[in-house]
Design a protein around this ligand. Structure first.
Ligand SMILES: *Cc1c(COP(=O)(O)O)cnc(C)c1O
Length: 452
C-alpha cells in the first residue's frame, strides 16, 4: 500500500464527518492511515502506535481485535449474516433481548432495534409521541431537551439537540421543542455551589411544565454526562428529582444512554445511579463493544400496551424499521459482549480503574489553565480555561484542543479534545499502568501547548 497515494485518494473520493474539507489542505490535518488495532492500541501504516483514548468515538470497550468477538463474527457469518426482520427471527436477537431485559430486572420489558444512536433516539421520540396520541393526547407533541445536549445527527435528534455549532443552521427544518437549562455544575446556570447544590437548575424544567405540560410528550436527557456538549457532568440526584417531576406532570422520561450505557459509568445504565426507571432507554455505543453498528430503544409495558390491539386500520402499529433492523451479525456480537462482561464481573473489574483515573487526574490540578476536573465512572475530563478565577474559556479560534491533539499524537495517544476539554474515554481493558502512561502523555501534551 502506497501511503501517499492512499491519502490522496481519501481526499479525492471521501467527504468526512464534522470536517471542513478545505482544512485538509493543511498537512497536519491529513487523516492517519490505521492498519491494525490490538487492545487499547491503534497502529498506523508507518508502525506508530497510539493509545485509543477516545475508544474510537466512545464505542470500543473490550479493546481492538478481541479474539472472542472476532470468532463470534466469523461463526455467525457462517450461519446467517442477515435476514429480514419482518416475519422472521433468529437466535442471537432472542437471546440478547432476553438477557438485557433480565439484566434490568424486567423494569423495562420490550426491546426495539435499530442500528445507530441517532436512530435509537428517533425511535424513542416517535414512540413517545404516538403513545400520547394513542392515549388520547395528540396535543402532547413537544419535547423538553437540555441546552448543550446532543442526541445524534438525524433531523429528529437534531431537533432535541442544544449545541449551536452543530444544530442551529438546521433550525428551519426542525420541530419545535422547549429547552431547559444545562446542569453544568462548573458553570452553574443558577450560580449555585456544588457542595450545597439542590439541583436548583431543575426549576427551568418545572417552569416549562407548569406553563405547558398539557402540550408536552416527554423530556429527553443524557444521563449524568452531556458528553458531546463538553463532558458536562451532573449528579444522579438531578435525575432522581427529574423522574418525580415527569411523574407529577405526567410526561415521559427518555433516557439517552447511547454514550453512557453498557457500563461506561460503572453500571449497565447510568440511570441506575439515580435509582430510577425511565420510560424509554436508548442505547448504542458500547452495545457491541465497538465491533458492529447496533442500537436499542427499550421501553415499558405501559407504552408497549398502548400500541397493542386488534388493529384493522394500522393506526396503532408502530411504523418504523430499517433494512438492518436486528442485524444478526451485530446481535451475535452484542450477546457475546454481554457474556464477556458478565464473566469479567465488570462492575467490580472497573472499580480500581476508576479509582486510578481519579488519582492520576490530580496531576492536572495545579496547572494554571485547568479550570475543572470531572469524572463519572470511566469518563474523565479536564476543562481548560484562559483564566482560572474568571473561568474565561479559550476561544474556538485559539485552537487549543487541536494543538493538544497534535502533541498527543507525537507522544503516542489519540486525545482528540472536545471544545476545551481534554478527556479520557478509554476501552475498559486499559491497565492501571496504562492509565498512568496515558494521563502522563496528556499532561505533557498540555504543558507543551500551555506551559505551566
Ligand atoms: C453519539 C451519541 C448519539 C448518536 O449516536 P450515533 O451512533 O453517532 O448516531 C446519540 N446520543 C448520545 C448521547 C450520543 O453520545
Amino acid at each position: 500500500m502506497n501511503k501517499q497515494q492512499f491519502i490522496e485518494d481519501d481526499l479525492k473520493y471521501i467527504w468526512r464527518p464534522f470536517t471542513q474539507m478545505k482544512s485538509l489542505e493543511d498537512a497536519s490535518n491529513r487523516p492517519i492511515v490505521i492498519t491494525r488495532g490490538k487492545g487499547i492500541y491503534l497502529e498506523d501504516i508507518d508502525g506508530n502506535k497510539y493509545i485509543d483514548a477516545v475508544s474510537s468515538w466512545w464505542v470500543n470497550t473490550l479493546g481492538h481485535s478481541n479474539d472472542r468477538i472476532n470468532k463470534v463474527i466469523y461463526e455467525q457469518a457462517q450461519k446467517i449474516e442477515h435476514v429480514i426482520f419482518a416475519g422472521f427471527t433468529h437466535e442471537p436477537v432472542v437471546e440478547f433481548s432476553k438477557k438485557i431485559i433480565n439484566k434490568i430486572n424486567n423494569k423495562l420489558t420490550k426491546v426495539f432495534f435499530s442500528d445507530n444512536g441517532s436512530t435509537s433516539v428517533e425511535v424513542a421520540l416517535k414512540m413517545a409521541y404516538q403513545y400520547q396520541v394513542l392515549k388520547g393526547h395528540p396535543e402532547k407533541k413537544k419535547f423538553i431537551a437540555l441546552k448543550n445536549s446532543y442526541h445524534g445527527d438525524t433531523l429528529g435528534a437534531v431537533s432535541v439537540g442544544g449545541i449551536d455549532m452543530y444544530h442551529k443552521l438546521y433550525k428551519p427544518l426542525l420541530f419545535e421543542i422547549e429547552q431547559a437549562e444545562s446542569p453544568y455544575c462548573y458553570r452553574c446556570p443558577m450560580n449555585c455551589n456544588k457542595e450545597t447544590c439542590n439541583c436548583e437548575c431543575l426549576k427551568s424544567v418545572e417552569d416549562i411544565l407548569s406553563d405547558d405540560a398539557s402540550n408536552i410528550a416527554g423530556m429527553i436527557i443524557e444521563p449524568l454526562v452531556q458528553a458531546a456538549g463538553g463532558m458536562i457532568m451532573y449528579p444522579p440526584k438531578y435525575i432522581t428529582k427529574l423522574r418525580s417531576i415527569c411523574d407529577k406532570y405526567n410526561i415521559l422520561l427518555i433516557d439517552d444512554e447511547v454514550a453512557m450505557g453498557f457500563y461506561r459509568t460503572g453500571k449497565l445504565f447510568a440511570c441506575e445511579h439515580a435509582g430510577i426507571v425511565p420510560d424509554i432507554i436508548c442505547a448504542a455505543k458500547g452495545i457491541t463493544a465497538g465491533y458492529m453498528p447496533l442500537s436499542v430503544t427499550i421501553t415499558t409495558d405501559e407504552i408497549y400496551n398502548a400500541f397493542y390491539d386488534d388493529d384493522t386500520d394500522g393506526y396503532k402499529t408502530f411504523y418504523h424499521g430499517h433494512s438492518y433492523t436486528a442485524y444478526p451479525l451485530a446481535l451475535a456480537v452484542a450477546l457475546e459482549n454481554l457474556k464477556i462482561l458478565e464473566e469479567m464481573n465488570i462492575e467490580e473489574y472497573l472499580k480500581p480503574k476508576i479509582e486510578r483515573f481519579s488519582k492520576e487526574l490530580e496531576k492536572f490540578r495545579n496547572h494554571k489553565n485547568v479550570g475543572d476536573i470531572r469524572q463519572t465512572g470511566m469518563i474523565c475530563a479536564v476543562e481548560l480555561v484562559k483564566n482560572k478565577v474568571t473561568k474565561e474559556p479559550f476561544a474556538y479560534e485559539d485552537g487549543i484542543g487541536k494543538k493538544i491533539y497534535l502533541e498527543g499524537l507525537k507522544l503516542g495517544a489519540i486525545l482528540r479534545p472536545m471544545w476545551n476539554c481534554i478527556y479520557f474515554i478509554t476501552p475498559y481493558i486499559i491497565t492501571e499502568e496504562e492509565i498512568k502512561k496515558l494521563t502522563d502523555i496528556a499532561y505533557e501534551a498540555l504543558n507543551r501547548v500551555l506551559p505551566n
